[in-house]
Design a protein around this ligand. Structure first.
Ligand SMILES: Nc1nc2c(ncn2[C@@H]2O[C@H](COP(=O)(O)OP(=O)(O)OP(=O)(O)O)[C@@H](O)[C@H]2O)c(=O)[nH]1
Length: 452
C-alpha cells in the first residue's frame, strides 16, 4: 500500500466505516503516509485539514463531536469550527506542525455530553508523494484517567514537598549510593546544601558534617545494605556560618520489589539546645559553680580512678591528697561581706591552680575547703615542692575593693600507699591531718599517720 496513491474509491472504502462522514463530496487524497496514519487511529477522533486549515476528512467520532453529519464539516475552516478562543489556543501547535514537526499536547476538551475530558492531541504533518506539505492529520484520544492520575500524583508530590519545607525537621533524600537527591529548605538553610550544586555527591562528602566517618556513616551503610529499614543516630554538624549544631538523624530506607534499597530519607532534628543543656547539667554535677574547680563528687571519682590505676600497675606509684582549709576565712565574710568572701574563694582557686603542675587536680569541697590531688609522677620531693608553692600562694594579700586581705591555710597530707584505705578513708585521713595542722596553730602542714 505504501507509495500507492489513495483513490477516491479507496478513501471512500475507508470512510465507509464512518458512514456519517462519507456522504457528500470528497477530495481525492494521494498520500500513502496519510493512509498509514489514519489506519492507526482507531478509537480516536480524527480530522484531516489542508494547508488552509480547511477540513478535508473527518471520522464519525469527529462529526459526532460537532453533532452534525460529517459532510457538513468538509470544507469548513478549523478556526470557524472551534471559535476564536479555542483557535487562538491551538494556533501555536498548528504552526509548529506546519513546520513539519509531529506535535503532541494535552487539552481539556468538552465532550458532546458536556463532560470535560483530557485528550492527547496529535498533529501529524501530511506530505504528498513528492514531499510537499499538504496539511495535517489531527487526532484526539481521551487520556482522562492517566491525566487525572498524573495530576493527583503531582498534587500529592507538591503537598509532600510543602510539608517537607514546613517541617521543623530538615529532610534529606538520597539514592542508594547516598547521593543527594532532594533537600528541604530547612536542610538547605542548616547545611548549605543545594541539589543544583551537590547533586550526585555522597551526603557523607558534603560540607557541614563534623562526624562523617562515624556513627552516621555506619547507620546509613546498614540501610544501604538492607540490614535495617530505619535507624536513628546523633551527629554533630556545622552551619554554613561555621557555628556548631547537634542533630538527630531519623533515617529510613525504601526497598524495591527485590528487597534492594533504592532510596534513603533522613529527617534531622536540631537538638543543639537539648545537648547543651544536658552538658550544662553535667557540668553542674561535676563543677563548683563559684570557682569552676571540680566539686567533691568529681574529686572522689577521680581519686578512685587514680588509686585503681596505681594499684593495678606493676610499677605501683604514689597518690597524694593535700587537704586545705583557709585560716580565718570567716572573718573576711564578717568584715567585708559574703560577696567579698566569694571573691577571695575565687582568687584562692586561681592561685592554687597556678601553684600545682598541669597534671595535678584542684577541687573545692565546699566552704573554704580545697583538695589538691597529685596522681602523676608523685615522689616525696614533688609533694614537698607543691606544698611549698601552695603555701607561697598565700604570701601575698588578696586585694579586694575594700582593701587587702591576708589569709593563711592549714594543710593535711595523706599519701598512698603509706596511707591505705578506701577513697573515703584516704580523704578522711587527709582531713584529720588538716585538723591536726589547725590545732598545731594554723598555717601548718601535717601528714596523716602511717599505719604501723
Ligand atoms: N563567702 C562565702 N563564705 C562561705 C561559703 N561557704 C562557706 N562559707 C563560710 O566560710 C566559713 C567557714 O568556716 P570556718 O572554716 O570555720 O571559718 P574560718 O574562719 O576559716 O575558721 P578556721 O578554719 O578555724 O580558721 C563560714 O563562715 C561559712 O559561712 C561561700 O560559698 N562563700
Amino acid at each position: 500500500m505504501v507509495g500507492t496513491p489513495l483513490s477516491r474509491e479507496g478513501l471512500c472504502t475507508m470512510i465507509l466505516f464512518d458512514a456519517e462522514a462519507c456522504d457528500g463530496p470528497l477530495p481525492v487524497l494521494t498520500d500513502s503516509a496519510l493512509l498509514a496514519v489514519l489506519g492507526q487511529l482507531q478509537g480516536a477522533t480524527v480530522a484531516v485539514v489542508d494547508r488552509g486549515l480547511r477540513v478535508v476528512y473527518v471520522n464519525a467520532s469527529f462529526a459526532r463531536w460537532f453533532g452534525v453529519p460529517g459532510h457538513e464539516l468538509i470544507g469548513r475552516r478549523l478556526p470557524d469550527l472551534y471559535g476564536a478562543v479555542a483557535a487562538a489556543a491551538f494556533r501555536p501547535h498548528l504552526e509548529r506542525a506546519f513546520t513539519g514537526e509531529k506535535v503532541t499536547y494535552q487539552r481539556l476538551v468538552q465532550e458532546p455530553g458536556g463532560r470535560s475530558v483530557w485528550h492527547t492531541i496529535s498533529l501529524v504533518p501530511w506530505f504528498s508523494e513528492r514531499g510537499e506539505l499538504q496539511g495535517l492529520i489531527s487526532s484526539a484520544l481521551p487520556v482522562h484517567e492517566l491525566q487525572s492520575t498524573n495530576e493527583a500524583l503531582r498534587d500529592a508530590h507538591q503537598r509532600l514537598r510543602a510539608h517537607m519545607d514546613n517541617s521543623p525537621l530538615a529532610v534529606v533524600e538520597m539514592d542508594a549510593d547516598l547521593a543527594l537527591v532532594h533537600v528541604s529548605s530547612r536542610g538547605q538553610q542548616w547545611f548549605g546544601w543545594r541539589v543544583e550544586q551537590h547533586a550526585g555527591r555522597s551526603v557523607l562528602d558534603l560540607p557541614g558534617l563534623e562526624t562523617p566517618a562515624g556513627p552516621l556513616a555506619e547507620a546509613l551503610r546498614r540501610l544501604q545494605a538492607g540490614q535495617e529499614l530505619q535507624n536513628r543516630v546523633e551527629a554533630t554538624h556545622r552551619h554554613p556560618d561555621g557555628s556548631l549544631f547537634h542533630g538527630v538523624w531519623f533515617n529510613s530506607a525504601l526497598l524495591d520489589a527485590q528487597g534492594r534499597t533504592v532510596s534513603i530519607m533522613a529527617q534531622i532534628e536540631d537538638v543543639t539546645e537539648l545537648v547543651e543543656s544536658t552538658q550544662r547539667l553535667r557540668d553542674l554535677a561535676r563543677f563548683d559553680t563559684l570557682t569552676g574547680l571540680i566539686n567533691r563528687g568529681a574529686l572522689m571519682a577521680q581519686v578512685d580512678q587514680s588509686l585503681s590505676r596505681v594499684r593495678g600497675s606493676p610499677q605501683g606509684g604514689q597518690v597524694a591528697l593535700l587537704f586545705l582549709d583557709l585560716d580565718g576565712f570567716k572573718l573576711v565574710n564578717d568584715l567585708h561581706g559574703h560577696r567579698a568572701g566569694d571573691e577571695v574563694l575565687q582568687w584562692v582557686a586561681r592561685r592554687l591552680a597556678s601553684a600545682v603542675r598541669q597534671t595535678d587536680t584542684v577541687a573545692r569541697l565546699g566552704g573554704d575547703e580545697f583538695v589538691v590531688l597529685l596522681d602523676n609522677a608523685v615522689s616525696d620531693a614533688v609533694v614537698q615542692q607543691v606544698l611549698s608553692r601552695i603555701l607561697a600562694a598565700f604570701d601575698d594579700p588578696f586585694v579586694l575593693p575594700q582593701g587587702p586581705v591576708r589569709l593563711g591555710v592549714s594543710v593535711g597530707v595523706a599519701v598512698y600507699p603509706q596511707v591505705e584505705g578506701t577513697v573515703d578513708e584516704l580523704v578522711g585521713c587527709a582531713d584529720q591531718a588538716m585538723y591536726e595542722a589547725k590545732r598545731a596553730g594554723k598555717g601548718m602542714v601535717r601528714y596523716a599517720e602511717v599505719a604501723a
